[in-house]
Design a protein around this ligand. Structure first.
Ligand code: DC
Length: 213
């Protein structure tokens, strides 16, 4: 088993916010794995180059890009496309496992689509964060600075990404009995965080990593 909180879930479920809050509360190191995929997509980094990069180099590269560049609709679509490629997923999985090893004394929180299924199936705690499609679109719409985008565009965009994330052949977004499923549709961020925090604490206390919490 690894001292890791693995958080998976669909786009706009709030898993990134919750992952950051969990990391900060327990003093774990956080990795937004979507950011890695978005960076590779935005810069079109060739596979041969990614294979020579360490996780720190990729994170340094990511830090040179802005949120607008990484999260634009165009780059989101490109990211979804490259995230289907088995060779890309393979090398990205290794980079994420490097990150986990690097911080194994402190504990880590990773969020994405295949963290608990592929990257670290033996994570100490696995959470699956979800919410209704309409509610997720509503949250994204409120967050988005670019008000030229309509609610319907965001709704359709998330709907399409749900289909792509769940139906791809390699590492699809899926939840099994090893996860704790948390539906945040009718919950505030604080309410969702409280549940996550308790689940993380319980899982770590029942493991060899009780001293981490
Ligand atoms: O979490 P996000 O919305 O930033 O993810 C961006 C894209 O990357 C999304 O299409 C799913 C993909 N992704 C993935 O396939 N596996 C991950 N571990 C993280 C993200």
């Amino acid at each position: 088993m690894k001292p890791v909180v693995a958080i998976d879930g669909p786009a706009g479920s709030g898993k990134g916010t919750l992952a950051r809050m969990i990391a900060s509360h327990f003093n774990f190191v956080y990795l937004d794995t979507g950011l890695l995929y978005r960076t590779v997509a935005f810069l079109s980094i060739p596979l041969i180059k990614i294979r020579t990069m360490g996780i720190k180099e990729l994170l340094d590269t990511a830090s040179t890009l802005t949120n607008e560049q990484l999260r634009s609709a165009g780059n989101s679509a490109r990211t979804s496309d490259i995230a289907k490629m088995p060779e890309i997923r393979d090398v990205m999985t290794h980079l994420q496992q490097n990150f986990i090893d690097l911080y194994k004394k402190q504990g880590t929180v990773l969020d994405g689509r295949d963290i608990g299924t592929v990257v670290v199936p033996d994570a100490c705690c696995k959470l699956f964060i979800t919410a209704d499609l309409k509610e997720r679109a509503r949250r994204r719409f409120i967050d988005l600075k670019d008000k030229n985008t309509t609610f319907d565009e965001i709704f359709n965009n998330i709907k399409l990404r749900d289909i792509q994330d769940k139906s791809r052949k390699i590492a699809p977004l899926t939840c099994d009995e090893t996860y704790i499923m948390i539906d945040t549709t009718d919950m505030s961020v604080q309410e969702s965080f409280k549940i996550c925090r308790e689940e993380v604490k319980k899982a770590f206390m029942n493991s060899e990593f009780r001293s981490f919490v």
